[in-house]
Design a protein around this ligand. Structure first.
Ligand code: AMP
Length: 192
């Protein structure tokens, strides 16, 4: 199962990806996690990325695509993957489509976790306190939500046009939302 998980910051993508990875037996690949690992390791790429991430902006498409390609060819994606945080704009959507075609691993389903923006702001404020993420300050949160709305809309349109989009109500208990996603995946195999 090759799944792309879409949703605004705070929509619960990370939480659901962790649960879905266990349910589906495929790795969870988060470009945010890959970037945070580079930041923590203090690599030149990480030092450069941290400045952009702390502003709530997107790291350059080339850097993220390079990291992603390396991760997708690590040898553990034979049964698929859950991609979280990528693609985030039209350029990345096209790049991913090409990369996966080249690898012979096209996306099966793009799942959008739909959550009301007001709820996102309060969720992210809570996460800032709990996790101390430096990009969860109120100002950065607003910026990240704006970036999401402006740049990710074409990504959603792309998967919708390809007939691969499943919109999931992202409000509810963690179990309910996981069940909704698994039902959408099950529907995929029965509808061919
Ligand atoms: P996330 O954990 O997915 O919310 O990502 C945290 C931050 O990492 C984002 O605000 C961006 O600065 C950066 N980032 C993650 N994924 C991408 C991506 N696909 N393209 C560009 N920047 C990204």
């Amino acid at each position: 199962m090759r799944l792309v998980l879409l949703g605004a910051p705070g929509s619960g993508k990370g939480t659901q990806a962790t649960r879905l990875k266990d349910a589906l037996g495929v790795p969870h690949i988060s470009t945010g996690d890959l970037l945070r690992a580079a930041v923590a390791a203090g690599t030149p790429l990480g030092v450069q990325a941290k400045i952009v991430m702390d502003r709530g902006e997107l790291v350059s498409d080339d850097i993220v695509l390079g990291m992603l390609e390396e991760r997708l060819t690590a040898g553990d994606t034979g049964n698929g993957f859950i991609l979280d945080g990528y693609p985030r704009n039209s350029t990345q959507t096209g790049a991913l489509d090409e990369l996966l075609a080249r690898l012979g691993q096209p996306v099966d389903i793009a799942v959008l976790l739909d959550v009301d923006p007001e709820l996102l702001i309060s969720r992210l404020a809570g996460r800032a306190q709990a996790e101390g993420r430096s990009d969860d300050s109120p100002e950065t949160v607003r910026k990240r939500l704006n970036v999401y709305t402006e740049q990710t809309a074409p990504v959603i349109d792309f998967y919708e046009a390809a007939g691969k989009l499943a919109r999931i109500d992202g409000v509810g208990s963690m179990d309910e939302i996981t069940a909704r996603v698994l039902a959408a995946i099950a529907g995929l195999s029965t509808s061919g």
